[in-house]
Each structure stands twice: as structure tokens, then as C-alpha cells.
Design a protein around this ligand. Sequence first.
Ligand SMILES: Cc1cc2nc3c(=O)[nH]c(=O)nc-3n(C[C@H](O)[C@H](O)[C@H](O)COP(=O)(O)OP(=O)(O)OC[C@H]3O[C@@H](n4cnc5c(N)ncnc54)[C@H](O)[C@@H]3O)c2cc1C
Length: 430
Amino acid sequence: MHPAPHETEHLVIIGNGMAGHRLVEALLKRPDRPARITVIGDEATPAYNRILLSPWLAGEMERQALTLREAEWYAEQGIELVLGERVTSIDRAARRLTTDAGRALDYQRLVLATGSRPAMPAVPGITLSGVHGFRDLEDAETLARIAERGGRVVVIGGGLLGLEAAEGMRKRGARISVLQRSARLMNRQLDATAATLLEAELGRRGLAIHTGAQLAAIEGDHHGRVAGVRLADGQRLAAHCVVVAAGITPNVELGREADLATQHAIVVDDHLTTSDPAIHALGECCQFEGTTYGLVEPIWRQVEVLAEHLAANPAESARYEERPSATKLKVSGISLFAFGPTEADAGHDVLAYHDPEQGDYRRLLLRDGRLEGAVLYGDTAMGPWLFSQAQAGSDLAACRRALLLGTADADALLDAHHSDNPDRPAKEAA
Ligand SMILES: Cc1cc2nc3c(=O)[nH]c(=O)nc-3n(C[C@H](O)[C@H](O)[C@H](O)COP(=O)(O)OP(=O)(O)OC[C@H]3O[C@@H](n4cnc5c(N)ncnc54)[C@H](O)[C@@H]3O)c2cc1C
């Protein structure tokens, strides 16, 4: 027998984005969820798959495919959905929040799932018309329209988001330059060889990549519109539009003004509870043990833990813990998979395979036979297997030589090794 739902509890979720929506889906699976759930989001449409904004911008999918659920679905599930309203304040003593439409709402439990926004560098000209972020559907639609006019676009940031914006806009007809401050593209995920391969491929497609390029100012015309950018070395690039994809800033203000403990983001414990036991936070607006978030994989694990603690009979053992994440680039025709450190240290055993003809590159970092990091470019089929082995901490010494060649070979060697060692489990990773 399932326990009865919380009979009177009113849970309010602020933010109808990826985390807030996934939490609703997880709670609906639990009969002991709070009796009344309200979701308030400031975007005009119900939650959509934000990750797919990149392939949508590249013209590779229909808008409809991004929709997670229609507004009617929430009503059918008994969830109150308020869209197009921004929560502007939280009165913790009264357990009441207020929106910019003047709505006041009482809660017993509150979840902040307010995400983050593009970080805007403090350079002259950053507020000019024609400077855009790439965060939501509105941004994506604006960038698509601009790209279709075929002008010159400068993308600030050669990380995942910047490259996806750049390729998407190029495919729609814009002439693109990418400015990357670091000496290589995707410097947090790729080593120098993989970054060089990526840069060469993007260059062949027509993107002008400037690495080691420090933005000094965005310059405007006499109408206050973007006319170009100036780099620290004095170089100027003409532009009709500047897309800023140089990191994210967590939307922490609502929590900060309500006097919740905040640092870079809203501080939570391993139950996703803030400094107020009635208020939780998850996703890109939260910070756990000093870590903030920018990928969905850890956020999905946060959702499972929080759904448990919002239910009437939570399992105390449900705790969030930090784990490494793997990265993929969503640019069609380019396959790339990476996790762990990019630089080898003295204790690393480095295994590398490079086939320039086929454009395949793989490099693994092992320590005492255990995988700590990998960069795969070209054929990335082994990526998920390698990631699972790294997460499980498997000793891969027995299949060292097959590691770069294919999971079938590596698995066979591991199995043979383990059958010689009956004390060890046959497979260490699921
Ligand atoms: C173009 C793009 C591509 C991406 N690709 C990947 C990928 O390939 N893989 C990956 O793992 N991650 C990717 N990400 C990151 C991923 O989308 C985020 O990690 C995820 O969306 C975070 O979820 P969230 O709910 O914390 O924030 P969001 O999804 O941003 O949701 C927060 C919501 O809260 C709303 N909100 C904020 N403040 C208020 C307020 N005061 N009142 C009401 N509503 C408010 C916001 O408008 C927003 O709708 C991508 C992001 C972008 C922008």
C-alpha cells in the first residue's frame, strides 16, 4: 500500500525549465507527493528541451520536437501552471511569494529552479543593440532571424555553447567569426590535438576561429547598434551581431534577497535543501559543495533526490553526491566525447591513437590501471563504455592494449582476466 499524499501541503516550484519540469514528472510518479503543486515560469511557453535549441538553430529539427509537455497536460495532472510571470520576492516568514503580475501565493514548501543566464563580460559596448545571449527559445528565434539575413556575426566563446551557436547560425547563412580567449577551442574538455582537429574541421566549414583572442570592446554605430568588435591586440572585426557564449551566471538574486545562504549560487545540502528547511533549490541556480552546474546529467540526479525528500515518506538515504560528467558537442558531422582532466600529470599513463586519414583521435589518461579521463574525436563509439568504466573505477590493466580499439575486445580481455581471478566480479561496471 502506498502512503496517502500530503493532504494539504502546497508545493510551489519557481522555474518551468529543465529542472523544474523534470521534478514535476518525478513527483507525479509518487502517490505520496504534496497534494497541491504550482509551477511558475517567466517564459511564455511551457517547459521545452533547452538542449535541443542548438539543433533547432541549425535547422535540424522542428520547433514542435522541443516541447516537453503542452500546458493542457499540466491541467490534466492537476498541476497549476502559471506562465509568463516572474517571481519577484519571497517572504520566508509568511511563506508567501509575489510575482511581477501582482500575484501573491502561499506555500508550505518552495523549490527554486531558476536556472542561469548568459554571463556578460564587462566590456564597453556590451549593452548595444545587436548583442545577444543564447539561452532560451526567444534568443534562438532571434539568432535564427539574424543569421538568415546573412550578415556578419561574432561569437564570443569557443566552448560547447559558442560553437553550437556559431555552427547553427552559419548553417542559416551568417558569416561567423568565433573568438576564444584560450589558446584552443573547448579548452576545458579537449587536449591540444583534439582541439586542433576540431578547429580544422570548423575552418573547412567556413568559420573563422580566433584563438588566444581577448575581447576589448564591442563597437557601435551612431544608432547604438553593433558595428564590430575590438580585440586586446588592436585587431577589429566587423559585425552586425555579437553572440555572447562565455559562461553562465546562476539566477541567485531571488534567493539572495530572501536571505538564503548564497555564494556563487544558492547553497544546498545533499537533500537539495537551502539554509531554510522549507526551501529547496536545484539545477543551475544551486551550488553543492562549491560546485555549480551547466549540464543536465547531475541535475537529473538532483531531481531524483529532491522528489524523494518532497514526498511524505522520504528515504533518508537518498542523498545527492557529486560525480563526473561527460561532454558531447551537438554539431552534426562532428563526433566528440570527453570527460575528466585534459592535461596529463606525472602519475598518468597516457594511451593515444591517432589516424589522421580517418580523422580519428583517442587519448586516455590512466592512473594505476584506472581510467581518469578520455578525449575521443571522430569515432566516439567507445565513449559511454569508457565513461562507465571510469565511474566504476574498474582496473583496466588487463585490457590496456585493447582499450583504444573497441569495447568488444576490451570486454573479452577483462572477462578472461576475471575468470582467472575468481575473487573478482566478472564485470565491474554495469
Ligand atoms: C543552447 C543550449 C544547449 C545546451 N546543450 C546542452 C547539452 O547538450 N547537454 C547538457 O547537459 N546541457 C546542455 N545545456 C544546458 C542545459 O540546458 C541546462 O543545464 C539546463 O537547462 C538547466 O536546467 P535549469 O532548470 O536549472 O535551468 P533552465 O532550464 O534555464 O530553467 C530555469 C527556468 O526558470 C525561469 N526563471 C528564472 N527566474 C525566474 C523567476 N524569478 N520567476 C519565474 N521563472 C524564473 C527561467 O526563465 C527558465 O525558464 C544547454 C543549454 C543551452 C542554452
